[in-house]
Design a protein around this ligand. Structure first.
Ligand SMILES: Cc1ncc(COP(=O)(O)O)c(C=O)c1O
Length: 399
């Protein structure tokens, strides 16, 4: 089975983990500062703080902007569903703006339609690493006098006319989760040049617990997962776990597990910083390599698949390969699994959050959600793997 994700774990990680368990808080903090400086350099010098997760970074940004109960926040209708509960828990009112069906991203027009006099910020996502029209959206936000937050959870290394994604808006969040472009076994980054926002975030980050254990637990869990994914039994397990569950049954359990294993009140640690630094160093080369495979896969898709348009507004970072397919996705997935290809569909990829918010005005997100198929594309796939994927897809869509 060609698995949907591969986690890059090596001997150096084991060494770093061992080191991280024994090092002092001062040494770990020094390592974290070094990682933040390296991330900041890649973002053109925008100050960066490491956080417990991407969600944590968003919470800190909102606190730093003084956004609180009763305030409206424009978010993409096609995004991570968990964000809705998280925002509501802060008393915020998320309002979904529709996405374009080809790029899966917000547009300046859809953002303008969703803004009301109660809007306090706009969150724009570079979906699956593809830059959205962030300049156009920034212009709309500026016209209404609200700050723009860039959700770069998928987009470390993406560029807009040469400018790094995450350096255009007032603030940006990045995720360092396991399958993200810079994977540090959990964690996130907050990037912003707003001194007041940074001061509020720094105050909250100061109060975090220092413990190497949550990241260690998570890494061990990921090692076990990687071992399972590479075993011959994975094909059977995947067929049992990923079945007719439009709401992404197993996948949402999997996502929830991540949060339970790594609580939000724990500071980003020394082990993660070491790992993050190594991932930053190879980021540009990895993005180039995976983007090359991405183009090849897009060109080899059989009729009936429409790959995401990713280069409309800049150079993408490599994250999920997602295409639209208008047929019966459950059947498609079943046939692909039987042929040895682990496709993800519907809520296993991202969510249509408009229905969660009681909105019926986001047909683009509804269509993308209904038709989205994630085709495996990761560092475990070589040219022969790509060819195999093309052959399997051609076989499963054949009548
Ligand atoms: C669109 C989007 N925003 C934010 C996040 C939050 O990142 P994290 O899982 O690190 O909290 C994710 C995570 O996958 C995401 O997909």
């Amino acid at each position: 089975m060609i698995p949907r994700r591969r986690i890059d774990i090596g001997l150096q990680d084991a060494a770093d983990l061992w080191h991280g368990m024994r090092e002092s808080v001062t040494s770990a903090s020094g390592q974290v500062r070094e990682f933040e400086a390296a991330a900041s350099a890649l973002l053109g010098g925008v100050p960066v703080r490491a956080t417990a997760s991407g969600r944590d970074a968003l919470d800190l940004i909102l606190a730093g902007l003084g956004i609180g109960p009763g305030d409206e926040l424009v978010i993409p209708a096609y995004t991570l569903g968990e964000l809705v509960a998280r925002l509501r828990a802060r008393g915020l009112k998320p309002v979904a703006a529709d996405v374009d069906v080809d790029s899966f991203c917000l547009t300046p027009e859809s953002v303008a339609r969703a803004i009301t006099p109660r809007t306090r910020a706009v969150v724009a996502l570079h979906t699956f690493g593809a830059p959205c029209d962030i300049r156009g959206i920034a212009a709309v936000a500026a016209r209404h006098g609200v700050p723009l937050i860039e959700d770069c959870a998928h987009a470390f290394g993406a560029r807009i006319d040469g400018q790094p994604a995450g350096s255009v808006g007032r603030a940006a969040l990045f995720s360092l989760e396991v399958a993200k472009p810079v994977a540090a076994f959990g964690g996130g980054l907050l990037a912003s040049a707003d001194a007041q926002l940074l001061a509020v975030a720094a105050e909250q980050l100061e109060m975090r617990r220092h413990s190497p254990w949550p990241a260690t637990r998570k890494t061990l869990m990921k090692c076990a997962e990687e071992f399972a994914v590479r075993s011959p039994a994975y094909a059977l397990a995947a067929r049992m776990m990923f079945r007719e569950m439009p709401s992404g049954g197993f996948e949402s359990f999997y996502r929830g597990l991540h949060d339970r294993v790594r609580p939000a009140d724990v500071a980003f640690g020394g082990f993660q910083a070491r790992r993050g630094l190594r991932r930053l160093q190879g980021l540009a080369a990895r993005n180039r390599h995976l983007n090359g495979l991405w183009e090849q896969l897009a060109a080899s898709l059989p009729r009936g698949f429409v790959a995401q348009q990713r280069r409309r507004h800049g150079d993408p970072a490599a994250y999920n390969f997602v295409a639209r397919h208008a047929g019966d996705l459950s059947r498609l997935r079943r046939r692909a699994q039987a042929a040895g290809l682990d496709l993800a569909i519907h809520g296993e990829i991202l969510d249509d959050v408009a229905p969660m918010l009681g909105q019926t005005d986001c047909p683009g997100a509804a269509q993308v959600f209904a038709e989205a198929v994630a085709i495996p594309l990761h560092l475990g796939i070589d040219e022969a793997g790509l060819q195999r994927i093309g052959e399997i897809l051609a076989g499963v869509v054949a009548p």
